[in-house]
Design a protein around this ligand. Structure first.
Ligand code: NAI
Length: 439
């Protein structure tokens, strides 16, 4: 369903009229294209407080394809290294660094603030570092013109390279107002080729016959992965079309089947699995008072129970390789809740619980990371079916004043899946243009 309002505000009369009426002014987002795979322009690197990462950080940032600059009249991106901020007075340095330049950040530009892990024992450091979260989330709401703001808490610049490359690229166009923690990896994992980071890897994507899942499979294949696409047997024709287009394999299978994990493993043999994307999901909306169990059970079964069951089976059987990645799909409804969605929101909040609990265990025992994307309003068949006024509200009620595209969720999934993202574990990253719901 085309976003006619976004098209209208892109015309001169449309811009004039909507400005006069004080209506939202969405900027068309710049996404990845083969012709323009990187942000173009200058990257301004600023420091607030004493940085522990100086030279290493500059080296990492110099590989983003942006031109590292100490001054710029219109930077495509600004990175503020605030990792050394250890008390509240030092926060004034963050203000002093960004205040003079924030207005000049280019359309579709990025502001990335680097913080340190919040200390469990130094409450002054904890107060100052946590303050950065409120700062960045507010800045994301102020920036406008397709510009985004993100906080990355990191302990090493090398471990954060894949995250910084993602955030400082068009791939993260619909990710704003997020806080991402990147831990240490020993040794740091790095793709052989950053432009095809998934070369030689095998990915299985559930619910991939259409919508977000098909886009995920496409982006993983673009990044070099061999893809196995899974969907219900009744969607086989669409599924085979996706598989053929991507040179992958179709696996018609209902993920709620008791033996779904085993059947996934045998479909992959003799190869093993590197990337498991749990994308399949359903809604059966109704207010709780009107919701019979036959609308409750299937939603919990598809969206949560089958994710738990198949992940456990693939980890236990050793099908998921060391260095593997599990990416599950939550939703902002699982964070904020939604009328008519007690079943769906419970299932998606359950995904967040699963991710946070399994991540450290899977990493320690299997060398596998576990993360989740939490999409906001994404333009798909699911959201096209939403009544007009609710759809319009969903689209506009975020800092970028527009809906996201399936490819935005796919790019975030590909970043989690990268061999370079070994330090990204147990994270729930919202792909929602910084939705007002559940912020
Ligand atoms: P969609 O309905 O277009 O696609 C979902 C796919 O999952 C379908 O192809 C369907 O056949 C498949 N599927 C359903 N049950 C299955 C089963 N038992 N076994 C195997 N495959 C099954 O949905 P969409 O919009 O692409 O959503 C994808 C994921 O993103 C879902 O988990 C959804 O909850 C989540 N999401 C979507 C949002 C949106 O705005 N579209 C917002 C937040 C989350």
């Amino acid at each position: 369903m085309a976003d006619r309002y976004l098209n209208f505000t892109g015309t001169a009369p449309g811009r004039f009229l909507t400005r006069r009426l004080g209506l939202p002014q969405p900027s068309p987002l710049r996404r990845w294209t083969p012709e323009h795979p990187y942000l173009e322009g200058e990257l301004l690197l600023l420091t607030a407080g004493e940085s522990a990462h100086g030279p290493e950080l500059s080296t990492v940032l110099s590989r983003t394809h942006l031109d590292l600059a100490a001054e710029s009249s219109s930077p495509a991106a600004v990175v503020v290294d605030a990792t050394g901020i250890s008390d509240v007075p030092a926060l004034s340095e963050v203000h002093a660094a960004l205040h003079p330049v924030v207005r000049s950040v280019a359309e579709n530009g990025r502001v990335v603030v680097l913080g340190a892990p919040v200390s469990p024992s130094d409450h002054h450091q904890a107060a100052a570092q946590q303050a950065l979260e409120g700062f960045v989330r507010s800045l994301g709401k102020e920036l406008g013109r397709g510009r985004t703001a993100t906080l990355v808490r990191m302990s090493s610049a090398a471990a954060a390279e894949s995250t910084l490359r993602f955030l400082l690229s068009p791939r993260s166009a619909y990710v704003s107002g997020q806080v991402i923690e990147v831990g240490e990896t020993e040794p740091p994992t790095t793709p052989v080729d950053w432009d095809r980071p998934l070369a030689g890897r095998t990915a299985l994507v559930t619910g991939a016959a259409r919508g977000i899942g098909a886009a995920v499979a496409e982006v993983l294949a673009r990044d070099g992965a061999r893809v196995v696409v899974l969907d219900v047997p009744s969607a086989q024709a669409e599924l085979v079309r996706v598989a053929d287009r991507l040179g992958g394999t179709a696996l018609p299978l209902d993920i709620t089947a008791d033996d779904a994990g085993d059947r996934m493993a045998s479909a992959l043999a003799p190869a093993d699995l590197d990337i498991l994307v749990h994308n399949a999901g359903i809604t059966r909306d109704r207010r709780l008072a009107n919701m019979p169990s036959d609308r409750w059970d299937p939603v919990l079964d598809v969206n949560l129970t089958s994710v738990l069951r198949t992940t456990d089976a693939l980890l236990k059987s050793g099908t998921l390789n060391r260095g593997g990645r599990v990416v599950a799909t939550a939703s902002i409804a699982g964070i904020a809740g939604n009328v008519g969605q007690t079943n769906y929101a419970a299932s998606k909040a359950g995904i967040i619980g699963l991710v946070r609990s399994l991540a450290p265990v899977a990493s320690a025992e299997h060398g596998v990371t576990v993360n989740a994307v939490a999409p906001g309003f994404i333009e798909t068949k699911m959201t096209a079916a939403v009544p007009l006024f609710i759809r319009e509200a969903g689209r506009r009620m975020n800092s970028l004043a527009q809906g996201g595209l399936p490819v935005d969720v796919a790019e975030t999934t590909a970043w989690f899946a990268s061999p370079g993202s070994g330090g990204v574990n147990g994270q729930v990253v919202r792909v929602c243009g910084q939705s007002l719901l559940g912020s």
